[in-house]
Design a protein around this ligand. Structure first.
Ligand code: ARG
Length: 608
């Protein structure tokens, strides 16, 4: 049987989250619909195991499209008790016999040790796609049982560099937010910027000393905040008198002294403008609620935790012990100050109680996993979060690996500096534009078209190169690779989509009209394969969203374009006797591709 382990694993995962989705409302989801009819058959076959959940997975083998894998497990459970069944195979046979009539299923057979294989009906596949074309792809969206989620992503630090790690967080976080939004969840996209650290003491003190007129002058040269940060850090490390003043400045700032507050606001503003440039280019929306926002909540949140007896004294600090860990979570430092963890506890409390979020998702590098696990464990001890991770409200850390350079080390510039994101996006765009010019587009497009396409293609390439990897692994940043118009790249996919649009355009037919009157027939095996793949969109988005893995969606998108290529190679569209049906398949493919692009934060282009 050609059922890959990945598929079986994914079936198990979907099962784990099956409580989250409302099955009634997922008309596009083959797996869920099959599970529903298999559930009936399982109950009828072995009534004593009535809580057995159907394990249904796509398999794509020669025996069928989907498979139900319960027979073996059920046989083991009832062995010795129920003598009607002599083998897993006989259980499988009975499951197949008891499967209720359904327009979805063309045939059902048993193979191996009780695998029940299902061949889907062509008429049903065709009908489902036609229905989506009329009702819209939103009808294929997964439905979650929650209303509101927080996605905490990007979250760079004021005055410090916004590095490629923040780029990963921005790209991955945006895609996860989009998937949840598509599933009808209201997403609070939170930028938890580091705007409250001790670094502000030295920055402010440096500002005061270097630029006595900092207040009235508009152009105090702190635009290059990174340089400014380095200079002040240098003085901080070298000059004890400065260091002392800087430490005093932190106290004044945190005490709310006006002059310090004003300087802080100015510094944050400069940084914010820089961040905004990156977000704008990437088309990412975020709402800033930085560390400083939660500061006023820390004392009362800690008090509440203290009242529950969770806060203890340890080596002069105030800490929370969490089960199974040797080191406690420090919530008040020895000097009485708050830290990253105290802020995150306050933020968790705020998101749960003030914002009524049911799922809190935090996107940072894997290095922060332990920090978040400890914060969440503290939240569980406090009774804010249920101890079981499958029940809402829940908090999830979404970690990701490093971005590497060609040398296998952390991605840096040639002079081993941290790569500035703006420079990186500039370079991507210049290369993308050069490739378009090399294809002669400068002559046929307006300048605006050229610019817009270059941006869509190159920023899309940067995003896709990141998202297509399992986020937990490190990946190598390589412009040539990501901007290649062949292989698994955004460039290839964007071109594939534009080509489909051009097939439709050149047919001269009104697709909106065809949707209403035309019918899809799936006589050729490549037509059927394409239709099946299209219809699997729904379960793939559900899997990608539930496991917070955009790469699952990328893999689907790439396979879809391969399926389409096969179809287009073997099935003539324009001028053929099947023109209407095939144009509708083209339209459905373009639509699903666009939805995938949208969920990955990639802007489609229509002309090539
Ligand atoms: N500012 C942090 C950093 O750059 C990321 C913040 C993530 N969010 C959070 N709630 N701690 O590493």
């Amino acid at each position: 049987l050609k059922c890959t382990t990945r598929r079986i694993l994914s079936a198990a995962k979907i099962r784990a989250v099956s409580t989250m989705a409302n099955e009634e409302e997922c008309p596009g989801n083959i797996k869920r619909q099959l599970a529903k009819i298999f559930e009936i058959s399982l109950r009828e076959t072995v009534p004593s195991e009535s809580d057995e959940e159907p394990l249904v997975a796509a398999c794509g083998g020669k025996f069928g499209d989907y498979q139900c894998n319960n027979a073996m497990g059920l046989f083991k459970k009832i062995k010795g008790k129920n003598t009607a069944f002599k083998s897993p195979n006989s259980v499988g046979q009975a499951i197949a016999n008891n499967l209720p009539q359904s327009e979805m299923v063309e045939s059902c057979s048993v193979a191996g040790p009780g695998f029940v294989n299902v061949v889907l009906s062509k008429a049903w596949l065709a009908k489902s796609i036609q229905k989506m074309l009329i009702d819209g792809i939103q009808t294929w969206a997964p439905k979650l049982s929650i209303k509101r989620a927080v996605v905490d992503f990007s979250s760079p630090n004021i005055a410090k560099e916004m590095h490629v790690g923040h780029l990963r967080s921005t790209i991955i976080g945006d895609s996860l937010a989009r998937m949840l939004e598509f599933s009808n969840v209201e997403v609070l996209r939170r930028n938890h910027v580091g705007d409250w650290g001790t670094q502000f003491g030295m920055l402010i003190e440096f500002l005061f000393e270097e630029f006595p007129k900092w207040e009235d002058e508009n152009d105090v040269p702190i635009q290059d905040l990174e340089k400014f940060y380095k200079q002040s850090k240098k003085r901080f490390d070298e000059d004890p008198a400065f260091k002392e003043k800087a430490q005093q400045a932190v106290v004044s700032l945190q005490g709310g002294e006006a002059k310090y507050r004003k300087a802080w606001t100015k510094i944050c503003e400069v940084s914010r403008n820089e961040f905004q440039k990156v977000y704008q280019r990437l088309g990412v929306q975020l709402e800033e609620k930085g560390e400083s926002f939660y500061n006023p909540y820390i004392p009362r949140v800690l008090e509440a935790l203290d009242n529950k007896g969770l806060v203890e004294e340890s080596e002069g600090a105030r800490v929370i012990f969490v089960e199974g860990r040797n080191i406690p979570l420090i919530v008040v430092k020895r000097d009485g100050g708050y830290n990253y963890a105290s802020t995150d506890l306050a933020a968790l409390w705020y998101r749960l109680n003030e914002e009524n979020a049911e799922w809190m998702i935090y996107v940072t590098d894997v290095g922060q996993h332990e920090h978040f696990e400890m914060v969440f464990d503290a939240g569980k001890r406090a009774g804010w979060l249920p101890s079981d991770d499958n029940t809402y409200p829940k908090a999830t850390h979404v970690g990701f690996g490093l971005v590497l350079g060609d040398d296998g080390k952390r991605f840096r510039t040639r002079s081993s500096e941290v790569v500035r994101l703006v420079d990186l996006l500039d370079e991507a765009k210049n290369r993308g534009k050069a490739a378009l010019i090399a294809r002669g587009k400068e002559e046929v497009w307006t300048n605006e078209e050229l610019e817009q396409t270059a941006e869509a293609v190159s920023y899309g390439a940067v995003k896709y190169a990141d998202l297509k990897n399992n986020r937990l692994t490190n990946y190598t940043f390589n412009f040539d690779q990501m901007l290649n118009d062949r292989g698994n790249t955004a460039v290839y996919l964007l071109y594939a989509h534009a080509r489909i649009c051009s097939i439709i355009r050149k047919s001269g037919k009104d697709v909106e009209e065809l949707k209403k009157v035309g019918e899809i027939a799936l006589d050729h095996s490549d037509e059927r394969a394409l239709a099946l793949h299209l219809l699997q969109f729904s379960e793939v988005v559900e899997e990608a969203g539930a496991n917070l893995l955009p790469n699952v969606l990328c893999e689907y998108l790439y396979n879809l374009s391969e399926c389409f290529t096969k179809f287009y190679t073997n099935c003539p569209v324009v001028g053929s006797s099947q023109e209407t049906s095939r144009l509708l398949l083209c339209e459905a493919t373009a639509l699903v591709m666009r939805k995938c692009f949208h969920l990955l934060g990639i802007t489609p282009v229509y002309k090539i």
